[in-house]
Design a protein around this ligand. Structure first.
Ligand SMILES: O=C(O)CCC(=O)C(=O)O
Ligand SMILES: [Fe+2]
Length: 339
């Protein structure tokens, strides 16, 4: 039987000169040869401005119109951003057996994982051109004993980085609350206390027109904060039936609205669909910070956004139930969310 270190895309992709059949997307999902890429961009917001009310308006507008935006002047140091990207690049460059070994410290196999393609590898008919390392990263430090210890500074850098992202995530959530007329502290505590980090690695691919690094999806999060490779393109957002590339911007974070926030805002904000395409020249690394509730927390439309004229359009369910549905149903999850 194939072991995880053998399965990782980075283990075999540099010795294969063609795309294995199990990685060839069906024609309707393939990116194809892009001859005329969109010149549109997602909004860019400067969080360092002095007019806070104006920043809130911009964040809300971008969330409503695109569900995606980039932020600069966010208060996180350039050095920490660089160290974080580098530590994950170094992790993915380690020998395959060592990577698997560093992700095997939890005897239950839950609180730190490395996998090829997607978490649903066995269920997916077609595989995706990437490897992912993921683990919880709550500010309390819970489960840190299961994180990798190699490269040697992993825990120090990723610990510092995820503390900072927790603060930035809450600042953005608070702005959205103010913009939508919700209690500013609505997302403090149980609704956001279970964040996870996912470090994706997309190796170069011999034929990017046939493959995807990540399928079209909406995130199962409140919001996602993404640090993308500072040079290599790959992320695309679907807007008005057109795939818009998300430009890598030095020291910027990409922010996107997830399905949980779509439910809590009763559809006032909609998670944007996005995907990742591969390229034949450079490996791409991205680091996603997913803001998740605790598993027992009920997820439902906020009272303030529901009345007789605007009834709840989504059912209530615990985050645990939501996440199970997400992994079982994939993109069809929205069918089970509506009331
Ligand atoms: O790698 C990227 O740019 C996007 C990752 C992503 O969409 C995700 O982790 O949900
Ligand atoms: Fe995503």
């Amino acid at each position: 039987m194939e072991t995880m270190d053998q399965r990782l895309v980075s283990t075999w992709s540099n010795v294969n000169s063609s795309v294995p059949l199990s990685f060839v997307q069906p024609p309707e999902c393939r990116p194809g040869k892009v001859t005329n890429p969109s010149t549109k961009t997602i909004p860019l917001i400067d969080l360092g401005g002095h007019d806070h009310a104006h920043t809130i308006t911009q964040v809300l507008k971008a969330s409503q119109e695109y569900g995606f935006f980039q932020v600069i002047n966010h208060g996180i140091s350039k050095d920490l951003v660089e160290e974080t990207l580098n530590i994950f690049k170094e992790f993915h460059a380690m020998p395959a057996k060592e990577k698997v070994n560093e992700c095997s410290k939890d005897p239950n196999g839950i609180n730190c994982k490395i996998y090829a393609s997607s978490e649903n590898y066995k269920k997916d008919a077609i595989q995706y051109w990437k490897d992912t390392l993921t683990h919880p990263c709550s500010p309390s430090g819970e489960f840190m004993e299961f994180w990798p210890q190699k490269p040697p500074k992993y825990r120090e850098i990723v610990g510092k980085y995820t503390q900072e992202l927790n603060k930035l995530g809450h600042e953005i959530l608070e702005m959205l609350c103010k913009g939508l007329g919700l209690k500013p502290d609505l997302f403090i505590g149980e609704l956001s206390e279970n964040p996870i980090v996912l470090a994706h690695h997309y190796p170069p691919c011999p034929d990017p027109s046939l493959t995807l690094g990540l399928a079209k999806h909406r995130d199962p999060t409140l919001i996602t904060l993404l640090l993308q490779d500072q040079e290599v393109h790959g992320l695309q957002v679907l807007k008005d039936n057109e795939w818009i590339p998300v430009e890598p911007i030095l020291n910027a974070f990409v922010v996107n609205i997830g399905l949980i926030l779509q439910i809590i805002t009763n559809g006032r904000l909609i998670g944007a669909e996005h995907r990742v395409v591969t390229n034949s020249i450079s490996a791409r690394t991205s680091v996603a910070y997913f803001i998740y509730p605790s598993f027992s927390r009920m997820i439902e439309p906020a009272q303030e956004l529901v009345d007789e004229i605007t009834p709840p359009i989504y059912k209530s369910m615990s985050f645990g139930e939501f996440r199970k549905n997400f992994y079982e149903k994939g993109p069809k999850i929205e069918q089970v969310l509506h009331s």
